[in-house]
Design a protein. Sequence first.
Length: 339
Amino acid sequence: MRLLLAAATGAALLVGGAHLPVAYAATAGPDFDGPAVADASIPADGDVEVTVTLSLRDPRTVTAVTGHVTPPGGSRRDVAFDLKPSTAARAAIAGRFTVGSDDPPGAWRLNVQVAREGDPARATTFALHVAGRQRVDTAAVSPNPVLLVRGKDVKVSVLAGVTGAETVSARLVSVGSHDTYRLGDLERGSDGRYRGVTYLSDDTAPGEWRLEVSARRGGQTVKGSAAFTVRAPEQGASKKVRARVTLAAPARVAKGGQVKLRGTVHRGTAAYARKRLAVYFKAAGTTTYRLLGHVRANASGRYAVSYPARRDGYFRVKVASTSKTRGALSPQEFVDVRP
């Protein structure tokens, strides 16, 4: 989550969540240009190092940069800055400090002092919003129980309430067997909750299942779960063989670049050689997937294809069913397209 630190000169501080816009200060005093930039949040456990980046004016005359940060109601802690010789008009400098799992979220104060040749040190104060600890608040599967139907795939929806995450993924895991359905990246709706969809084939293991939700931010992951039940089809499962397709995509791509998709496709335990796959895309904020094109797997069941990066969105790959093989849908993968 990218956060901006506004200088305490009357500028407003706006905090952005995952994939949300942010605002920055118009000025940061005579020593800095623009805002300070940092990833700042309370970790799930332990301590994490936070890096603050600033644009320093006229670094040629600077002899030292020091600073400290103060959490609400707490004691200040030093910020260590790296200052390298530079003859440029401006130079990026980074400061580092630690944030612990027991620290409070909210408005922290960052004070930076710049000493220049022949002048006393001058201080600039920034307001730093430190986001709260991420957590999984709720998780649910619909319908519950899931009633399988012979010869058909049953749609299953996942809903999760998550606080403070950058990305959220989910999978469905059978308690009594090795059966697993991976939903991939869940989509954050306008209500702040995360949603995903998959389809259960009629040969899915019946019994008790578990929804596992993983929320990630800054290299840390927290998990939540919910139980649900799957019931076998009344007339038994069909004789078709199950297919499975995986998908890997880059988390971020520059606009105008290429989104490179790759994965594998299997029929039963063997590679689904030369199988033709359909590639779908759903732009962020929309509700409908559209067909981008097709790609054919090689003799080893591997495939790779690229598409121009135009806007944020979700990719999925589908294997069509046949008279002897079930269809399959890959996990959903989100790609953040950066300007």
